[in-house]
Write a protein that binds this ligand. Structure first.
Ligand SMILES: C[S@@+](CC[C@H](N)C(=O)[O-])C[C@H]1O[C@@H](n2cnc3c(N)ncnc32)[C@H](O)[C@@H]1O
Length: 197
């Protein structure tokens, strides 16, 4: 099921525990340690825009979409306060016809929202169709090896990720980390970087 409506409601209610102030260190480490130089980047499910704004400040040409107009309004204001420009758009990644060619695609906690294998494969195929031939996709995915929690994001196994990305992507790195946010006990994640095949 497309999670968009659920998230739109959560922004309306103000129950958005994923909202964070500083750019996630996992994105920063990947950009600094891999050959990811300023280029055309697309962020999917960008929320309030923290990572999109960081990428823009590094010289990337950023398009960032989210299904929630509340999130995008906050992101636009934050970009203006940070004196940087990103192309923020309200858009449904699953149902909207999306065009363009990007060298780098990033999502933090969006790909993992899909419970069905078929939906995750569809998501991966859509990402592949928007990437340049050697383009890279970085996804941060809550990790199913986490100890049980009362609440938190849906979690996925390494196999869930691999099943969705094969055969479209070549896996570059799959490591265990935790969400970079201001929580005391942030969820464990997979940091998965792939290249278009
Ligand atoms: C867990 S939140 C993560 C937000 C942001 N990446 C962050 O880390 O703060 C998932 C985001 O995906 C967005 N989303 C859900 N379904 C979507 C869809 N079909 N199209 C675009 N965005 C969607 C939600 O509105 C939400 O902002």
């Amino acid at each position: 099921m497309n999670p968009r409506d659920r998230f739109v409601d959560r922004y309306k209610e103000g129950t958005t525990p994923w909202v964070h102030e500083n750019p996630d260190f996992n994105l920063i480490e990947i950009v600094e340690n891999w050959p990811i130089h300023p280029c055309k980047v697309l962020e999917l499910g960008c929320g309030t825009g923290v990572e999109a704004i960081w990428l823009s400040k590094q010289g990337f040409e950023v398009t960032a979409i989210d299904g929630s107009s509340i999130a995008i309004d906050i992101a636009k204001k934050a970009a203006s306060s940070a004196d940087t420009s990103c192309n923020f758009m309200v858009s449904d990644f699953i149902t909207d016809n999306f065009e363009g060619e990007y060298d780098f695609i990033f999502d933090r906690g969006f790909f993992h929202s899909f419970d069905d294998e078929e939906e995750r494969s569809f998501y991966a195929s859509k990402v592949a169709s928007l990437l340049s031939p050697r383009g890279m996709w970085l996804t941060l995915v809550a990790n199913s090896d986490s100890p049980p929690r009362d609440s938190g994001p849906p979690t996925r196994s390494a196999r869930n990720i691999i099943d969705a990305i094969e055969p479209r992507f070549k896996l570059l790195t799959l490591t265990v980390s935790y969400f970079g946010n201001n929580q005391d006990n942030p969820p464990k994640i997979w940091v998965c970087l792939m290249r278009n095949r």
